[in-house]
Write a protein that binds this ligand. Sequence first.
Ligand SMILES: [Zn+2]
Length: 426
Amino acid sequence: MGSVEFIIKGGRIINPSTGVACVGDVGLKGGKIAEIDFNCSLSLNNPSDVFDASGCIVTPGLIDLHVHAYEHATPLGINVDAHCLTRGVTTVVDAGSAGAATFAGLRKFIAEVSKTRVLAFLHIANHGLASAGCAGLVPGGEIDSLVQADVEQCVKCIGDNRDMIVGVKLRLARAISNDGANEEEAYRRAREAAGKCGVPLMVHHAFSTVPVNSTEGRSSCPGSLKSGDIYTHCLHGNNGTMELQTRTFLPEVVDAKKRGILFDTGHGRGSFNWNFAESAAKLKDWPDTISTDLHTESLPSPAYDLVTVMTKMLHVGMPLYDVIAAVTSTPARAIGWEKVIGSLEVGREADITVMRLEDWDVKLEDCHNQLRTIEKKLVPVAVWRSGVKHPIVEHIKCPNPEVAATLAGIWHDQVMRDETMPPNSV
Ligand SMILES: [Zn+2]
């Protein structure tokens, strides 16, 4: 052929943005995708220039829409090259670790030196998650004061950094907002900043004083969100989106889905519940995007990495094609980057992930130490970021019963549990 320098050969190409799911070759040249050939006729003389992907799935480089990437500057920050790129993720979107006052460091010390592509939602609070804990179990958080929740500074920072900032982030929770007193106003400011910039707002909404349904003119979540905004932690298992007894989505959530609000898994340390995911699966209601909310406290268990969260969604019945779309084309579109990432097309930067679906027989935990026996897992086999191949590294021990056990008692009364399932459901 001569027109390509490297070939990923004979894999099953799944590229939801173009509706493709069939076997083919992908040819790379100069860091870009030079050819996609469904006749599998690409060839090069040197065997080291050909990667045999037979039996594997070839997808656009995976996008993790909710990660905490600000290592060393925030307690939640992880090293994205060590924990994301080595597991097949080529783009991470930091979910509000930085605000307007701390964003320059996220760019200089993380994004500019990482091999992983790093984009960001900017926190409405100027200090971002500089000292925030995980889930508000300990009082004290980023909107205890509204002084730093500054719309103008947020808007200016986004305007100055359009190449990296893709939206606004806010956590709504009583424990991080002066016992709930500041939630509604911070929410209003975050919506105002996102609206002024024409970018989506990503909201974490759990154990919040902001109601699900709107009453007496108050704002609500997801009721006050607009089309394109992102509700993260949608499978957390408390009564934020699903009615706990009937295990059906609240009418406000059904309405929000119809209005175009996107629902994101954001697994994290407290936001994936097997009962909840299984109940949503019965309704054939899949999250729009699958993300890890990977941070220092979700990494050792129970989130681990993006392929493990994808594996959990496969286990509850989400079709493989939809799982791939939820980590490629859909998150790319959600942040307005669909022309750059999330699709395998000739002329694009070669961000490519190769995975295999393997037999497995392991009990995997949710955030409440409930277990399910997993029979198939997605395993990353190879990854290219801008045409450069990076090593895949085996992740930390999974499952991790020691860490998972410490989560078992948390939120026990407030989430769906196996033992509280109604008798007519299994
Ligand atoms: Zn998060």
